[in-house]
Ligand binder design. Structure first.
Ligand SMILES: [Zn+2]
Length: 275
């Protein structure tokens, strides 16, 4: 393994990262939230977060495997964005490229990893633990907007800006509704919206708005099927009303003002009221 940009390994030094990966066999590949996990044969895992523009590409031993954008990933092309590379025993390579240098990697043992994730990540949205009830619990009493609630990784893990917008549209919920304003039917609608938006994204290989490519260099197609995200000025596919863009918590947010209901803040102790 070779770390070409010390930023990638921070706060560790590149040599320590390389030593932790050198000679190991990758026995499993997984994910937690937005973190990618490469489990080694000694029980440790290499963890990589792509952040804004990071990509992992698998290059075959014969140098092929980059049918995507050759400006970024092509062999023999400009490789200034190549930050780390892993030489595989069959002669292939795993490459990490990142034009904006926000991506990070580290190696950790199972306990350290559990501790790391416990303080940063909530429930996995595609797991059985993600229910309307769990959504009710984590959103109870929250006064901040639903959009921000969805982007907070400590509640539901792994949702980014695109899927938050798409999930809220599917659920018929206005992004500025307070998190704690949802009633049971809204919890279920939001759960369904989140799962449907994420599964659609998986089916379509993700969204390639800028430079996201999958491990074989192929672009995703989710960007062609956005319901509201990045569709400011377009008619809503459900009702024809113009989709609008606002900024919530510093993030561009797109929604249909007719389909997405703005909930009022619920009074405290409403559960104890009779009738
Ligand atoms: Zn609409």
């Amino acid at each position: 393994m070779e770390v070409l940009d010390p930023y990638f390994a921070k706060p560790a030094v590149p040599a320590a990262f390389e030593a932790a990966a050198e000679g190991r066999t990758i026995v499993d590949v997984g994910r937690r939230g937005k973190y990618l996990l490469f489990e080694f044969d000694n029980g440790n895992s290499m963890v990589i977060h792509l952040r804004m523009t990071g990509s992992i590409t698998l290059v075959a031993p014969d140098g092929t495997g980059n049918p995507g954008d050759p400006r970024i990933y092509g062999i023999g092309e400009d490789e200034k964005h190549l930050k780390a590379r892993f030489s595989l025993d069959d002669g292939g390579e795993i490459r990490f490229t990142d034009p904006r240098r926000f991506g990070r990697g580290f190696v950790a043992g199972p306990e350290a990893l559990d501790t790391y994730f416990a303080s940063r990540l909530g429930v996995e949205p595609l797991s059985p633990e993600f229910t309307a009830e769990s959504l009710a619990e984590m959103s109870a009493g929250r006064t901040g907007p639903l959009k921000s609630f969805l982007l907070n990784q400590k509640g539901v893990a792994g949702i980014g800006n695109i899927y938050a917008d798409e999930a809220l549209f599917r659920a018929g919920l206005h992004p500025l509704s307070p998190g704690g304003s949802m009633k049971p039917e809204h919890h279920e609608a939001l759960r369904e919206g989140i799962v449907a938006a994420l599964e659609r994204g998986l089916d379509l290989g993700g969204a390639s708005i800028d430079d996201y490519r999958d491990a074989r260099g192929d672009a995703g197609a989710m960007q062609n099927e956005f319901l509201v995200h990045r569709r400011e000025g377009d008619p809503c596919g459900e009702c024809g009303v113009t989709i609008v863009r606002i900024v919530v918590g510093g993030r561009s947010t797109y929604f249909c003002p007719a389909c997405q209901k703005r909930l009022r803040r619920r009074p405290r102790h409403s559960k104890t009221r009779k009738g």
